[in-house]
Design a protein around this ligand. Sequence first.
Ligand code: VGL
Ligand code: ZN
Length: 209
Amino acid sequence: MRQAIGGRDALVVVDVQNDFCPGGSLAVADGDAVVPVVNDLARRFSIVVLTQDWHPAGHISFASTHGAEPFTAIDVAYGSQVLWPDHCVQGTPGAAFHPGLEVPHAQAILRKGHDAAIDSYSGFREADRATATGLAGYLRERGAERVFVCGLATDFCVAWTAFDAAEAGWPVWVVEDACRAIDLDGSLERAFAEFDRLGIGRVRSSELG
Ligand code: VGL
Ligand code: ZN
């Protein structure tokens, strides 16, 4: 369905970082394909925020921290934690935005997952589901009335960011062609089911403008 984008619409661009693109340590298949789509999409929004996965070395979400295999899961204080290859370590090239990302008018960069003991897929709330990142307050103060989410990966950080935006009360859309998924053990299907349950819309970038 076509939708007009206006000054009170916010775009949250999630984790378009080298480690999630081909050649990166947690590469999402075809992850870099979102870059031109995101660049073009972001030009239609005046409120634009980038999130950046930003872990200290030895982060709780790294398999290496636990001497475990990547893509397995363990129980931690806040529940189940999927263990990933080391990725997006603060200040490393893998944590940098993809060099082709061109969103110079983005006003805020929200770094998440910076606490060694708590992961944060969501741009709004850490994985303990209690620690706020401040993004909701930021968007509220900017006057955002709808939230559009895109980036990497559809079924983890994009999904959790969309879930929390919806829970905070915003109408939310995921811009599907501006996302790519990891798809680990049915995670994409579960994310889509949750989008439906929470009333999160799915839209293509060509429908927005
Ligand atoms: C992400 C796994 C671990 C993401 C971040 O950006 O989707 N996935 N950290
Ligand atoms: Zn991460």
